[in-house]
Design a protein around this ligand. Structure first.
Ligand code: ADP
Ligand code: ZN
Length: 727
């Protein structure tokens, strides 16, 4: 998905964009814009209305903050959540921006001061709740000041289709009447089409430019594990995230309380959160979480909206969410800062029945159907044998160009095979049934199930009835789900998930191979990532950050983000100038906190022995794309002297996968000592490769070698030869 055509750039806008880039660097301390931020800012600076759809963590805030600073006048930001306003304003003020909020938490004197600053032109940004903004008195005040723009955050709240309708929001269209010339930017992370249309209509911005970002969250690693002993599994998982913040979602209040107590017993700083707790207690717990006093929040879905904590490192679903939308939204709270994060779903098929029972209580039959369908899609995700990210984004109509490399399936791929014959059979059956039935029924017919329904519909007479008896119903279900994920069939929501062949199904008819994953039952080990940082230094910097946060009564991430601390621990800057180049270190923060952080870094560096100079290693020619995070982690372990088997153990993947990482690393130009890997066979192999028939296929060459190699090893050898420039 991409933005519509750019507006043509006048010299005036070009100059404003120059200023925008300077603000990005000096005020926010960032080197470059994220994808789409630049176009959006340009459009707003040009006075256009904008609808921006971008996932959580995508960087929406800068899209109105920077134009508010650059344009003359104040940017008025409508935000539904009071807790968020304070956090955003704290963060802006820490960077030296003239920002304030105006809501019911202010005392009368404070409120008067904000209005005075507004009228004096002393504010770049004003955050305000909609009901306050729309009072007659406030509109009058605004008429008397210069307004740079209106930003409507969480804009889906204007729509009854959205999951969080707020009547006050629906009134915001009045702004357009009162202030016809002020540009308006509406922002949301909600993907669905209905809501989008509603937003532009309700806010009366029919000519708004739409910007739709990809909804992928590449830094979130998706993991699904069969639910066996959840407490043990969760404790194991938390081992790998010591001291990190995370959320564990459970279906019921009772389970939340139980799990929180159990985790506390194991020494984890966990706290429960659900709607059954008094509001005061909930607020306190949430604040403790924001300030890192509570690390693990065990919660029902009541928790999350309005929690703008950038460094949530993991989200665990103890129970199955009821839809992919909820799952996406809940897991999306992890890793807003762009650093690695993990989403773990514990999946037990019995959960499905539990959710079904809940849905059975829904009165409206239409709504019940929709919810069942959504649940089925969620189950499809949990049971997928193809890249999870593909399934997830596919659900929102977005297609990935290649498998993601950062989900449990990609990291430890299931075995694959050519399922061409099964696919043909499936297609024949679906067509024979007129494309009117869902997966379960198609499986029944294929397996020759003698049920009342099948008999009643006369399908015992179908040609394909019982034609797929030789494999189990589980396997058939898996095959059909994969055919859907791979785009051969689509499931029609409006028709109870009826399977319909797509245009791609022609390829099945043409006899092309259909590569599917084999169904598997075994439990996967949980793979784990570790940020590549100097942990000892990071801990010291983190301590200082907390100390300052306490002194100034701020959330720790407002002082410096995890991103900034991580980069400091890696680059170890020792001068103010070097420190200023770290992402998120703005001018003001450099001046305010710079020296204190430098002191910690300098002391740490002085204590550490010099790193031995790296040995002279041959330069490899990069022939492939840059290595991804997972592969780089393998590389880091490799450089620590770990063997492939040890790396496999630590990463929680197979040895084969590690060798595949090696291939990608070599192709990306990273040095892996391949001669040492093949040891005494290396020379023989190289000679045989040199002498191979130049017209032979790679398979033929491989089979002609006197040393048997696995496919991965052979690919490693080929990649190596290319990288040293002899092939
Ligand atoms: P959203 O509102 O879309 O959820 P935010 O505006 O909160 O996202 O931004 C998410 C994170 O990304 C924040 O920590 C922010 O500081 C960071 N960020 C945003 N834009 C950039 C950028 N251009 N460079 C580096 N970090 C950025
Ligand atoms: Zn994947």
């Amino acid at each position: 998905m991409e933005a519509k055509a750019r507006v043509s750039v006048s010299p005036y806008i070009a100059e404003q964009m120059e200023r925008a880039r300077r603000v990005l660097k000096e005020v926010f301390g960032f080197e470059s814009f994220r994808p789409m931020q630049e176009q959006v800012i340009e459009a707003v600076l040009a006075g256009q209305d904008v609808l921006l759809l971008m996932p959580t963590g995508g960087g929406k805030s800068l899209c109105y903050q920077i134009p508010s600073i650059v344009r003359e006048g104040v940017g008025v930001v409508v935000s539904p959540l009071i807790s968020l306003m304070k956090d955003q304003v704290d963060a802006l003020v820490a960077n030296g921006v003239r920002a304030a909020y105006y809501n019911s938490t202010l005392k009368a004197a404070q409120a008067r001061e904000v209005i005075a600053r507004l009228q004096a032109g002393d504010l770049d940004l004003l955050y305000i709740a909609p009901e306050r903004l729309l009072t007659k008195k406030f509109i009058e005040i605004l008429k008397g000041v210069k307004i740079a723009l209106f930003a409507v955050d969480e804009a889906h709240c204007v729509s009854q289709w959205g999951h969080d309708f707020r009547p006050d929001y629906a009134e915001l269209g009045r702004l357009r009447e009162e202030f016809p010339d002020v540009p308006m930017i509406a922002l949301t992370a909600t993907a669905d089409e209905h809501t989008r249309r509603d937003i532009v209509e309700r806010l009366r911005m029919p000519d708004a430019q739409w910007f739709v970002a990809s909804f992928d969250r590449p830094n979130i690693r998706y993991l699904v594990s069969e639910k066996r002993q959840p407490l043990t599994q969760i404790l194991q998982f938390l081992e790998g995230w010591k001291g990190a913040s995370g959320i564990i979602y459970c279906m019921s209040k009772k389970r939340v309380d139980e799990l929180a107590v159990n985790l506390q017993r194991h020494g984890i700083a966990a706290a429960p959160y659900h709607a059954g707790m008094p509001a005061r207690v909930r607020e306190r717990v949430q604040d403790d979480f924001l300030r890192d006093r509570v690390k693990v929040m065990v919660a029902t879905i009541a928790f999350g909206m309005g929690v703008d904590k950038p460094n949530i490192r993991f989200v665990i679903h103890h129970d199955l969410p009821k839809s992919i939308e909820s799952y996406y939204q809940e897991t999306g709270r992890a890793g807003r800062d762009g650093l690695e994060a993990e989403a773990l779903l514990l999946y037990g098929p019995s959960d499905v029945n539990l959710v079904r029972r809940l849905i059975d209580n829904v009165e409206n039959p239409e709504q019940r159907r929709v919810e069942i369908h959504k649940l089925n899609a969620m189950v499809g995700f949990a049971e997928a044998l193809t890249c999870r990210r593909r399934v997830l984004l596919g659900y929102f109509g977005e297609e990935l160009e290649q498998d993601c490399g950062n989900c449990d399936i990609c990291l430890d791929p299931p075995e694959t095979y050519d399922a061409r014959e099964y696919a043909e059979l499936a297609l024949a059956c679906v067509e024979e049934l007129g494309g009117r039935y869902g997966i379960g029924y198609v499986v029944d017919v294929l397996r020759g199930a003698n049920t009342a329904l099948v008999r009643e519909r006369g399908h015992t007479e179908a040609k394909t009835f019982g034609a797929g008896k030789d494999i189990s119903a589980d396997e058939w279900t898996s095959i059909l789900r994969q055919l859907v994920h791979r785009g051969y069939f689509l499931q029609d929501i409006a028709e109870r998930g009826a399977l319909k062949p797509t245009r791609k199904a022609e390829r099945i008819r043409a006899g092309e191979p259909v590569i599917l994953a084999r169904h598997r039952h075994r439990i996967r080990r949980l793979a784990r990532l570790t940020a590549q940082r100097d942990e000892a230094l990071y801990a010291k910097l983190d301590e200082l950050r907390h100390k300052i946060a306490d002194e100034e009564d701020l959330a720790p991430h407002i002082v410096f983000s995890d991103v900034a601390l991580t980069e400091m621990s890696q680059k170890k800057p020792t001068t103010l100038e070097e420190l200023g180049k770290i992402s998120g270190v703005s001018k003001v923060k450099l001046a305010t906190y710079g020296e204190r952080f430098l002191a910690v870094i300098r002391e740490h560096v002085a204590e550490q022995p010099e790193e031995p100079a790296s040995d002279e290693v041959p330069q490899l020619i990069a022939k492939g794309p840059p290595a991804n995070e997972v592969q780089l982690f393998t590389y880091q372990l490799y450089k620590q002297g770990k063997t492939p088997d040890e790396i496999a153990e630590i990463q929680g993947v197979s040895r084969e996968t590690v060798i595949r990482h090696f291939v990608s690393l070599v192709r990306a130009g990273h040095y892996i000592d391949v001669p040492a890997y093949f040891g005494e066979n290396y020379q023989t192999l190289m000679t045989e490769m040199d002498e191979a028939d130049p017209y032979a296929s790679l398979v033929e060459i491989k089979n002609g070698l006197s040393v048997p190699l696995t496919n991965e090893e052979f690919r490693l050898l080929v990649a190596w030869r290319e990288a040293i420039g002899i092939a």
